[in-house]
Design a protein around this ligand. Structure first.
Ligand SMILES: [Zn+2]
Ligand SMILES: [Zn+2]
Length: 312
């Protein structure tokens, strides 16, 4: 199973600001020494050894994750603004089939759909999955005038809507998929993907509840022993207390949950738009430190970043 992050922000697209770019340049200038610019190799070495917060960014697009199974079937988890770049990868000209699964219908999870080039190719086939019965209406509404100039009815006619049931697994080209309702304003659905011995769980827009950690409840069957868990970690501990019922989790709850579910690799996801790269990496450092103290289970923790690829 191949996986790539195309959008990792929560709530709102968050481009780098001019000040943030200037501060990255300034940090580079402060680090550079005469030996770093001797020749092409030393320049490259210098660039490669810069911290991630300086020579990259976690990215500003909202939620969109691509999974490709061993048969080459493409699954797309949410249609945030990251979907636009994913559409460019495949191109509008080459018709193929996409399976798009929606966690829920807040703006940051649907706003990329009108900018997904393949949707305008009449030969593209798109299968849309959600437990929400009026999914077609919800997605059509954002493309009606005056919100968007091209309605969904003018896109490819090969869009098929599948209303799925939570905790009832189904199969697409050898991949077993299951969804589960989680705590979020209006509800959200997490998705589990299984292929051979590999298990990936996508759980965005989830406010973890005390019961979620209990072994023996359906969570363990769903999340337990996942190779990869992509989990909402929008807040710090202080924020999650101040923002009870806003529908998101803290990074420390995310690390506790991942270890209690015996997860191998945790990706902190749905980064808050107020946080810059430095703050998000400070959160990662803290989560990593926290994970390594008094833990029987060692879960590897990473920050989900745009463009990051994983192959299981
Ligand atoms: Zn969201
Ligand atoms: Zn939401």
């Amino acid at each position: 199973m191949y996986m790539q992050f195309w959008g990792v922000r929560g709530s709102l697209p968050t481009p780098l600001t001019p000040q943030q770019i200037r501060s990255k340049i300034s940090a580079v200038v402060q680090r550079i020494g005469p030996d770093d610019i001797k020749d092409a190799d030393s320049r490259q070495r210098f660039i490669d050894t810069l911290p991630e917060t300086i020579n990259g960014t976690v990215g500003g697009n909202t939620a969109c994750v691509e999974l490709v199974n061993k048969k080459g079937t493409v699954f797309i988890l949410d249609a945030g603004s990251g979907l636009r770049a994913l559409g460019k990868k495949y191109g509008g000209a080459n018709p193929r089939t996409y399976h798009i699964l929606f966690s829920h219908f807040h703006w940051d999870h649907i706003q990329g759909l009108p900018f997904f080039d393949p949707i305008f190719n009449p030969k593209t086939e798109i299968h849309i999955y959600s437990p929400v019965e009026n999914v077609k209406q919800l997605l059509s509404d954002q493309m009606e005038a005056p919100y968007f100039p091209v309605p969904l009815s003018a896109c490819t006619k090969n869009i098929f809507f599948h209303i799925i049931k939570p905790m009832e697994p189904f199969e697409i080209d050898g991949t077993i998929i299951e969804c589960k309702r989680m705590h979020h304003p209006g509800g959200s659905y997490s998705y589990l993907f299984k292929e051979d011995d590999h298990k990936i769980v996508y759980a965005t827009d989830v406010e973890l509840q005390p019961d979620d950690y209990k072994k023996g409840n359906p969570n363990y069957q769903f999340f337990g022993n996942a190779d990869v868990l992509i989990l909402d970690a929008q807040y710090t501990v202080e924020e999650v207390i101040a923002k009870e019922n806003w529908g998101h989790s803290s990074f420390s709850h995310a690390t506790d949950f991942a270890t209690s579910m015996n997860v191998k690799k945790l990706f902190l996801f749905h980064h808050d738009p107020v946080y810059d790269d430095k703050k998000i990496h400070t959160i990662l450092k803290t989560a990593d430190w926290y994970m390594n103290h008094n833990r029987k289970v060692r879960t590897e923790v990473s920050v989900a970043s745009e463009g990051m690829e994983i192959t299981l």
